[in-house]
Design a protein around this ligand. Structure first.
Ligand code: SF4
Length: 231
């Protein structure tokens, strides 16, 4: 199918020299605690339902998370937080996402990274972000007909979603909607269909350790997404 073709194409992308080196270096050297495990070390494709009501947009795979397991938000602390909350609100079948063969499944939801290769310090350059944008645009184009709500993790995900839907001809409110935790904006497709953009602080350790993002805060946003997505 089209998503399968897209996944196959993105998985061999080598457009960003710095990120290709980084993803492969990390996969070769490995973190000591994962020394015995194989690392994916390639771009990480979108994952989940082919006709999702909820689309979750993150930043990029973690070097020892998605870059290791090959599945987005899988095998790192941010992912643990995200999946626990997704489970509490009924958007996944299991509490954890550990590795690609663990039986975890998204229910009516799909997750994608804005930049598909792990960047050093989780910070892609603007050039790398722009190089990866066509992959995101294409994936969103394929799944958008069923999407009712887009959960944007962090301002990075929020900005990427706005750019992507604008590129696909969606009408974006003016002034441009501002990111915030539980911020909402309505976008309108060229056919007149509305979808909701929903902001959430990113479940990064920086946010969860400091209490900037708490479990009830994340549950509230994802619970809202679950109800909008199945409406
Ligand atoms: Fe290709 Fe995106 Fe990875 Fe750059 S970040 S190499 S564009 S998949």
């Amino acid at each position: 199918d089209d998503l399968g073709t897209l996944d196959a194409a993105v998985s061999v992308c080598r457009a960003c020299e710095r990120l290709v080196s980084w993803r492969e270096d990390v996969a070769t050297v490995k973190r000591a605690s994962f020394a015995a495990e194989p690392y994916w070390g390639r771009p990480v494709a979108g994952w989940g339902d082919d006709e999702p009501g909820v689309l979750i947009v993150g930043l990029a795979p973690a070097a020892n998370g998605g870059n290791r397991t090959g599945r987005i938000f899988t095998g790192d602390r941010s992912g643990d937080w995200l999946f626990a909350s997704l489970h509490r609100v009924g958007l996944v079948t299991r509490e954890t996402s550990v590795h690609a063969g663990d039986g975890q499944r998204l229910v009516g939801a799909r997750m994608v990274a804005t930049v598909r290769c792990a960047p050093p310090d989780n910070r892609p350059t603007t050039t790398e972000r722009d190089a990866c944008a066509p992959w995101l645009v294409r994936e969103v184009e394929l799944v958008a007909p069923s999407v009712r709500v887009v959960v944007c993790l962090g301002s990075y995900g929020w900005d990427a979603a706005l750019r992507t839907f604008r590129a696909l001809g969606y009408d974006v409110p003016r002034p441009r909607p501002r990111f915030g935790h539980a911020a909402e904006a309505t976008l309108t497709s060229p056919e007149g269909r509305e979808l909701t953009l929903l902001g959430s602080y990113h479940p990064s350790q920086q946010n969860t350790f400091t209490g900037k993002l708490t479990e009830p805060m994340l549950d509230a946003v994802l619970g809202r997404a679950a109800s909008l997505g199945s409406a």
